[in-house]
Design a protein around this ligand. Sequence first.
Ligand SMILES: [Zn+2]
Ligand SMILES: [Zn+2]
Ligand SMILES: [Zn+2]
Length: 265
Amino acid sequence: MLGAASSICVETILLGVGSSGGSPALGCNCPTCVSTDPKNTRTRASAVMRAGGKTFLIDTGPDLRGQALREQILHVDAVLYTHPHADHLNGIDDLRAFCWLQKAALPVYGNRLMLGHIRERFPYTLMKPNEFWDKPVLTIHEVDAEAFQVGDVTIQPIPLIHGKWPILGWRIGNVAYLTDVSEIPEASMALLQDLDVLFLDCLRTKPHPTHLSVEQSLQIAAQIGAKRTVLIHMTHELEYHALSQTLPQNIEVGYDGLSITINNS
Ligand SMILES: [Zn+2]
Ligand SMILES: [Zn+2]
Ligand SMILES: [Zn+2]
């Protein structure tokens, strides 16, 4: 199923690699939080993936507007949601800027849990547009483990476990984005073969019930064996340079604005 899709060119821009609080953390004086290196400033986790002439936004965190301005994201064809925690969903209102620019409803994809939260918490995003386009106008599409098409692009949802929640990671071509994961089911490991780039949750050093720790993240990265693994969704406990020095050669620390293009065609 992924054979044809694997040959497409995929550009990924990391909009944010922070955990729920972002870095610097309010009132903290740790080395990451006082650092003047932009690689230690982390907005909430989100990414853009471009393929087949389409732009896909992964999640809508509370920093979406600033991230879109910074990276000049002026057009979005679809939103791929991972899960409904506030740091991944609560910027949903800023999608109205894209609806306004495009004068069109924006399709969003998520699993049943995700779409239930949108219906309950943000029902005003599911109404018909008015003449002012002053609210997000979204159409929701429930997906699970089955690949689907947007235009010519095959998108593969990757079912994951985040504490007690079933959530989704996303794969386009040979690039996969897995955030907020505590466990990868066996069937999903099979969907993560032959990756050029893996973006992977790596919260902090200490184990956490709903995320991968550094040690777990490195173990899983080795198991998946992508050519290049980029760590994301980090707290301020992980300083960019200190963590970088401890990593094997094909694993690196992500940062806001990192852009990677894979061209396999
Ligand atoms: Zn998160
Ligand atoms: Zn700090
Ligand atoms: Zn989460």
